[in-house]
Design a binder for this molecule. Structure first.
Ligand SMILES: O=C(O)CCC(=O)C(=O)O
Ligand SMILES: [Fe+2]
Length: 386
């Protein structure tokens, strides 16, 4: 650990907040040498390899959702964080593009809910992609042009739509959960020895290069024995994983495009945050895994197989036209999907006490953390764009 980071974590008093501020700082930029990079791990005192269950999903099933055979995945655990699993990019070459396109073009569509719905008429948020694509596709500097809707998108909710005000999910605000995302979540959870995972809610977070996500615990789901899954695409970010108390100093790690994180068991209810997006070098803005097309000659592991073998893959090829928009967007942005099972099997939402029912959509724009990652008195937070 560098001297700087060590001196910050010695003090118990809200060690998380201190490190959040440290990693969020713009000027001077923070020393990132203590941030664990699972893609470069040779040996690290905190990191150990983790065994997954290679038989949990057949190779063909994995491939249908764009995943490599489980035996080929590289997974890690972290000492002191039982139940935390980090999977280094388990995607087949060329399949991340499908998920990026879903996050930008498909999932923001109605009936899913997004931050733009709060202040805009339904007709205006009907076609976020269509209203943004042309402007994003244009080359050259667009710095001074008004932002497109896609660039203003901050979150989308799926399935049981998270209510940012009451911090609850409810039976009466549900729309069909996307089937491709349900399948990939089932497979990732099964590989981590959580068979039968039922993806019921998703929160997609869209980060610009200066965005951050405040310190919080995801505890609104009713069954905490089910894991929380997190998929990252586009620009890399620093992720902080803390303890059950704010005084517990967090561990910093990179999340690169394609990386998947599973928070389960003891780690299911730990404080965490994203203080910083770490943009790639200017000349090389896309993570190498996003440059692979998976369809070229010799890509026998890639998606080409699905088309030759006629399997009913859930991964749809992304047209050049669509990829021009997606790649332009993620050259400067990061998208993260967190997938949750809300109810245990056979569990139902508690009967609603009507006197307590808050119908208040006025503040569902989300909770912006203040500059230091605080959540304005709430355990669940929203992001801030500084
Ligand atoms: O963007 C991330 O990596 C974390 C997102 C997150 O913690 C959440 O949506 O609850
Ligand atoms: Fe979270």
């Amino acid at each position: 650990m560098t001297k700087m980071a060590a001196s910050m974590v010695e003090h118990g008093e809200d060690a998380f907040r201190k490190l959040f501020k440290f990693y969020k700082r713009r000027n001077p930029p923070p020393d990132l040498r203590d941030v664990i990079d699972f893609s470069k791990i040779v040996k690290h005192e905190k990191v150990f390899p983790t065994e997954l269950n290679p038989a949990a999903v057949s190779d063909a099933e994995a491939r249908r959702t764009g995943l490599r055979p489980i035996r080929d995945w590289t997974a890690f655990g972290l000492h002191g964080y039982p139940g935390f699993i980090f999977i280094s990019n388990p995607f087949l070459p060329g399949s991340q593009q499908h998920w990026v396109r879903q996050c930008l073009k498909t999932y923001p569509q109605k009936p899913n809910v997004c931050n733009l719905d709060i202040h805009m008429a339904p007709t205006e948020t009907q076609d976020i992609w269509g209203r943004s694509a042309d402007a994003l596709r244009k080359t050259g500097s667009r710095v001074r042009e008004p932002k497109t809707l896609l660039e203003k998108l901050r979150w989308v909710t799926l399935g049981y739509h998270y209510n940012w005000d009451t911090k609850t999910y409810s039976a009466d605000h549900y729309t069909l959960f996307p089937s491709d995302l349900h399948s990939i979540s089932l497979h990732v959870a099964a590989a981590c020895r959580f068979p039968g995972f039922n993806a019921e809610a998703g929160i997609l977070n869209y980060y610009r290069s200066d965005s951050s996500l405040g310190i919080h615990v995801d505890e609104s789901e009713l069954d905490h024995t089910r894991p929380l899954l997190s998929f990252s695409f586009g620009q890399s970010a620093v992720f902080l994983l803390g303890g059950t108390q704010r005084e517990d100093p967090p561990t910093a790690m990179y999340m690169h495009s394609g990386d998947v994180m599973v928070m389960s068991g003891h780690s299911r209810l730990l404080y965490h945050a994203v203080p910083r997006v770490v943009p790639a070098p200017k000349g090389d803005p896309l993570h190498p895994s996003l440059e692979e097309d998976g369809l070229g000659p010799g890509s026998d592991q890639g998606l080409a197989q699905d088309h030759t073998q006629g399997e009913a893959t859930l991964i749809q090829p992304v047209s050049e036209e669509d990829w021009a928009v997606c790649s332009r967007y993620i050259e400067t942005s990061r998208v993260n999907m967190t997938i949750r099972q809300v109810l245990g099997s056979g569990q139902a939402f508690p009967a609603m006490d009507m006197t307590d029912k808050r119908i208040d959509v006025g503040h569902t724009d989300g909770y912006h953390d203040s500059q230091d990652g605080e959540n304005v008195g709430l355990k669940r937070r929203r992001r801030s764009d500084s």
